[in-house]
Design a protein around this ligand. Structure first.
Ligand SMILES: Nc1nc2c(ncn2[C@@H]2O[C@H](COP(=O)(O)OP(=O)(O)OP(=O)(O)O)[C@@H](O)[C@H]2O)c(=O)[nH]1
Length: 509
């Protein structure tokens, strides 16, 4: 190999290092834009379940990406190690052992990181330069590949040795091609290059072929970047949808405002930290690691938030149960209050001495009854009944004796009433009887039966029999007549009955 060939090879390797570095630096504007979008999306917030979903969705992508990367990395490592071995196999120049060991150590440490491949290639370039730039011992071996692969041999031996070494190098490089993940439109290039490598036994062709190999490696690394960009794009979309659902579900819960503020500021801090870390990231791998780390952190925050939500839901459920119990108690209280009120109302409507409905009850009853009767064109009669000379009972036998008479008289009256008839204590010794669905004749008949029942009742005071009688005035409801008028007419008949000598029934015909 000539000096210019070795220079060309060094130049090719130098170019490869430079181009690979550019690709690996992550200066792709699309990627920058994606990173910006991610920052914006995360700023708006996310919930635990959906963040978990993002991580679940992202995981296969990461695994896929990692596996492909690992395969490529293995190929690169093997290729680099073989290149070092080949460099050592040249006999005219001694490979500096310290530098070689350092480079091997670097390869062992960093071969898995694609961003380090340019550095490792650069390391190999430096090693090759330092080896080849040593003073020439044999001008015949001044070219790179001759220096590299031939030593102290005859021309034919040398040529044979060149061919053997070229075959080894070709196999090494063809193997490197096998596991490259390239877009399908490079398939033909890969096949052609492999053919060229495997069919080539001319060391002179090697720099050109190596240049092509390195170009394809760079494209593959570029594709790795592209798949990372796709992954970031997808991640960005998922984060945006998370943000949307968070905004609608989470922020609508006013009661959780406190947690929301705490959660938002925590998330904001994480996002700010992420932004800073992303800005300071100097290669794709560390960028990917940062994003994954931050997603884990955010996921933890979301889990914490979810736990808080569960706690709050628990509290809310407890509150609802308490509230339900309270309402149930209130309902019970209301029921007992209602029955108490009904009791009080009934008391208000009942005469305590006789247990009969009182005047208020009469007034509440008579109005609707009259209306229904008039509407249905039925008959209704009213009787006003007053104990005769009651004052005399009180005066003769005392007030308690009078009360006793007041309790006994309604019992006599009831004894002749029909089921639908109603009796009220209107006041003092006066009672009112309503006869629904009763004609005047029937009412007069029944009023007279009352009069007779009372008159015949065996009242006695302090063992002595006494006579009690009642006077009754009766009237029948007229069409369109008001209850007051009906009462008034019946009351007038009572007055007439009293006037007529008492113990009488008088009716307004
Ligand atoms: N013991 C008792 N007496 C009452 C009660 N309410 C009213 N009285 C009495 O009933 C009497 C009614 O007397 P009056 O209105 O003069 O009439 P009367 O003595 O019944 O005579 P006539 O109605 O004309 O037959 C009064 O003495 C009242 O004090 C009561 O709840 N208990």
């Amino acid at each position: 190999m000539t000096e210019s060939s070795s220079d060309k090879l060094i130049e090719v390797l130098r170019k490869a290092v430079s181009r690979t570095s550019m690709l690996a630096e992550g200066n792709d504007p699309k990627l920058d834009s994606v990173v910006r979008q991610i920052r914006q999306a995360i700023t708006k917030g996310a919930n635990a379940e959906e963040i978990q979903e993002v991580l679940n969705n992202a995981e296969p992508l990461l695994i896929q990406s990692d596996e492909a990367l690992a395969n490529r990395a293995r190929q690169i490592r093997i290729a680099l190690e073989e290149l070092i071995n080949l460099l050592e196999r040249q006999e005219s120049k001694r490979v500096p052992q310290n530098e070689k060991k350092q480079l091997e150590a670097q390869i062992r440490l960093h071969w898995q990181s694609s961003s380090q491949w340019p550095q490792l290639l650069k390391g190999f370039l430096t090693l090759a330069e330092n080896t080849l730039n040593q003073a020439e011992v044999d001008p015949a071996r001044s070219s790179f590949f001759k220096r590299l692969f031939n030593r102290n041999r005859s021309t034919s031996d040398s040529q044979k040795n060149d061919q053997d070494i070229m075959m080894q190098i070709s196999h090494t490089l063809a193997g490197l091609m096998n596991n490259l993940s390239l877009p399908s439109h490079y398939d033909e290039d890969v096949v052609d290059l492999k053919k060229a490598l495997l069919g080539n036994n001319n060391l002179q062709q090697l720099p050109t072929l190596l240049d092509e190999v390195i170009s394809l490696i760079m494209i593959a690394i570029g594709k790795n970047q592209e798949s990372l960009t796709n992954y970031l794009n997808q991640l960005n979309k998922q984060l945006a949808s998370i943000n949307e659902s968070i905004s609608s579900s989470y922020f609508s819960q006013k009661s959780l405002s406190e947690s929301r503020e705490g959660f938002s500021s925590t998330l904001q801090k994480q996002v700010n930290d992420t932004s800073k870390a992303v800005n300071s990231a100097d290669d794709l791998d560390s960028l990917k690691n940062i994003i994954n780390d931050r997603l884990s952190t955010i996921s933890n925050t979301m889990t914490e938030y979810k736990t808080q939500m569960v706690e709050q839901e628990k509290h809310a459920t407890q509150s609802i149960t308490l509230l339900k119990n309270k309402v149930t108690r209130m309902e019970k209280d209301t029921v007992s209050l209602r029955s108490l009120l009904q009791e009080k109302l009934a008391q208000a409507m009942t005469d305590t001495l006789t247990d009969l409905p009182n005047r208020t009850a009469y007034q509440d009853t008579i109005l609707p009854l009259c209306k229904v009767t008039q509407k249905t064109q039925k008959s209704l009669c009213l009787a006003v009944c007053d104990i005769d000379h009651f004052k005399k009972v009180n005066d003769t036998w005392g007030h308690l004796a009078g009360d006793k008479v007041l309790r006994l008289v309604p019992k006599q009256i009831r004894s002749v009433l029909h089921k639908a008839d109603m009796i009220f204590r209107y006041g003092g010794e006066e009672f009112v009887i309503i006869f629904p669905n009763t004609t005047l004749a029937q009412a007069i008949e029944r009023a007279d039966a009352i009069r007779l029942a009372v008159a015949k009742a065996p009242f006695n005071m302090q063992g002595e029999p006494i006579s009690i009688s009642v006077s009754i005035g009766v009237a029948e409801l007229h069409t369109h007549e008001e209850p007051e008028s009906l009462f008034s007419r019946a009351d007038k008949q009572l007055y007439l009955a009293k006037e007529a000598g008492r113990n009488k029934v008088m009716a307004h015909k």
